[in-house]
Every structure is written in structure tokens, then in C-alpha cells.
Design a protein around this ligand. Structure first.
Ligand code: NAD
Length: 286
């Protein structure tokens, strides 16, 4: 089967799921979007509409095309409605138990040839695959936020992922006008394994009084041409998310160099989660 012949499904209509459905529909695919929470589904659909309008206003798509793209996204409220899909990308909450159950259900519902992909940022693809009867057809398809704009897709081979599955997902990413980059399954894959220790080290520098957050960020913006300094970025990602990922790296790779910065732990304990809570390394008024 060619990637263009896939019947696509997305599980979860949150930040990533609605972006993935948007990018698939914009590339011409019909996509079923399944979400367990009705308010989250409504929010996800509203976000897609707003983002399509924004793309039309910026001239990235033809304004007349926006409703056609939106009409390719079919909201579904029961997982059974995904049963005819040939490839489903799971973008549900980052909890192993949640994903395990979704993979088990999809494995029962979908045809024997269907591919199950996870957008997880840190959960082992090999572990998710082991809970299914089709480990060769389970793979990681790690998109980046905001999905409609970001080109990269980290394509993660689990230990048992077949070459055919990898090639199919790679072709789908290309059809979605993304750039697939191949990596193997290991804690944090490549993106978070390299990025998070940088953010964590920046926090150590602040904790040890080497420099203030503003100074650390300015060094990275001006000296390394990063669009956002590491502490601004950590606030944007969410300090709780950063801490979770550092713990996945520490547990999964077993090296003390991945020890979460104690300042990060204290800030999360205090409820200072970054932009979303109004306070992190910086304060936010909105
Ligand atoms: P989110 O909280 O915005 O969305 C998750 C959605 O999944 C929620 O709407 C929730 O109701 C839904 N959900 C939970 N259980 C479900 C189930 N059983 N069936 C269907 N829907 C279910 O989270 P997000 O930021 O979109 O993250 C989703 C996934 O993408 C996570 O695995 C995360 O690690 C990964 N990811 C996130 C980012 C990011 O920047 N936010 C980047 C890359 C990857």
C-alpha cells in the first residue's frame, strides 16, 4: 500500500493530536479523530478551525480551501469507529497505562495489516509494541509542536519494528510535507535526550548562582543563535514535563548525569510549572 492510500486515524485531540490531524488533512488525507473527552474534542476542532483560518490569512493556504481541509477531519466518539483505519497515530496523554490500554484496544479493533504509531515524547515504543499482537507494526512517529508548522518527525524504530512499517511511516511523513529522521528506541529518543540535559544544566547554573535566568538565555540567543534561551524554553514546555522527561532519562539510561536539577524539583513541588501556571523561571501575567 502506498502512503497516500492510507485511511488515517488519530487518537487524542489535544495540543498534538489536533495538530497532527490538521497536517494530515492539509496534505489531502481523510482522517478520523478520536478523543475520549467531548470538551477536549470540541476544543481540538475549534483549534484546527482557528489555525486553518490563520494559515489562510497568512497566504499559506488558499482561503477557499480551508473548509475543504476541515471537512476531511471526521470527529469520532467511539474507538470502534477507527476499525477501518490502516494507520493510527496515538497522541493521548503521556501515561504508560493510558497508552497501553489504547494500544491493546486498537490492536483488537484494527485489521491485521494496520500500523500503530505513537507520538509519545518518552515512552518506550518497544514496550508499547510488546503489549500488542503486531509488534512489527508498531512504531514511534514523534511530531513537534506546533505540528502544522514544524517540519521534523522523529521516526522511532522499536526493537521489533519491521522495515516495511518504517518505510510506510517514512513515506507518510514525506506525504505530509514533513522531514522524517530515523532513530532507534531509547529513553528520550534523540530530541529529548540532547535537549533536556541542556535545559537541566542551565537550571544548575542558575541554582549555583553562576548567572541569572535572563543572562543564561541571552547567552544562548546571542551566542548560539537559539531562538529561545533554555530557561524560556523550559517555561514554555512546562517544568513538570521537563522533570518527567529527566526522570525517564535517569531511569531509562541509568546514568547519574541525567539527575534532575534540585531547583527544578523544588519549583515543580511549589506548583511553578512555567508559562501555563503563570510562574516558572519568569512570571507571566496573561
Ligand atoms: P494533551 O493533554 O494536550 O492532549 C492529550 C489528549 O488525549 C487529551 O485531550 C485527552 O483527553 C486525550 N486522551 C486521554 N486518554 C485518551 C484515550 N484513552 N483515548 C482518546 N483520547 C485520550 O497532550 P499533548 O501535549 O497533545 O501530548 C500528547 C502526546 O504527544 C503525549 O504522548 C506527549 O508526550 C506527546 N508530545 C507532546 C508534545 C508537546 O509539545 N505538547 C510534543 C511532542 C510529543
Amino acid at each position: 500500500m502506498r502512503a497516500t492510500e492510507h485511511r488515517l486515524g488519530v487518537v487524542g485531540a489535544g495540543t498534538m493530536g489536533n495538530g497532527i490531524a490538521h497536517a494530515m488533512a492539509r496534505a489531502g488525507f481523510e482522517v478520523k479523530l478520536y478523543e475520549v473527552s467531548e470538551p477536549a474534542l470540541e476544543r481540538g476542532l475549534a483549534t484546527i478551525r482557528t489555525n486553518l483560518d490563520r494559515e489562510a490569512a497568512k497566504g499559506k493556504i488558499d482561503p477557499a480551501e480551508a473548509p475543504t481541509i476541515f471537512a476531511r477531519i471526521h470527529a469520532v466518539r467511539r474507538p470502534q469507529e477507527l476499525s477501518a483505519c490502516t494507520l493510527v497515530v496515538e497522541a493521548a496523554t503521556e501515561r504508560l497505562q493510558v497508552k497501553r490500554e489504547i494500544f491493546r484496544d486498537l490492536d483488537e479493533l484494527l485489521g491485521a495489516d494496520a500500523i500503530l504509531a505513537s507520538n509519545s515524547s518518552s515512552i518506550s515504543i518497544t514496550k508499547l509494541a510488546a503489549g500488542t499482537r503486531r509488534p512489527a507494526q508498531v512504531i514511534g512517529m514523534h511530531f513537534f509542536n506546533p505540528v502544522p508548522m514544524m517540519k521534523l518527525v522523529e521516526v522511532i524504530r522499536g526493537l521489533q519494528t519491521s522495515e516495511a512499517t518504517f518505510q510506510m511511516v517514512r513515506a507518510l511523513a514525506l506525504d505530509m510535507d514533513k522531514t522524517p529522521v530515523e532513530v532507534n528506541d531509547a529513553a528520550g529518543f534523540v530530541s529529548n535526550r540532547v535537549l533536556m540535559p541542556l535545559l537541566n544544566e542551565a537550571m544548575f547554573a542558575v541554582m549555583e548562582g553562576v548567572a541569572k535566568p535572563e543572562a543564561v538565555d541571552e547567552i544562548f540567543r546571542l551566542g548560539m543563535a537559539h531562538p529561545m534561551g533554555p530557561l524560556t524554553l523550559a517555561d514554555f514546555i512546562g517544568l513538570d514535563v521537563c522533570l518527567d522527561i529527566m526522570r525517564v532519562l535517569e531511569d531509562g539510561l541509568g546514568d547519574p548525569k541525567y539527575r534532575p536539577c534540585p531547583l527544578l524539583v523544588r519549583m515543580v513541588d511549589a506548583g511553578w510549572l512555567g508559562r501555563k501556571s503563570g510562574r516558572g523561571f519568569y512570571t507571566y501575567n496573561e
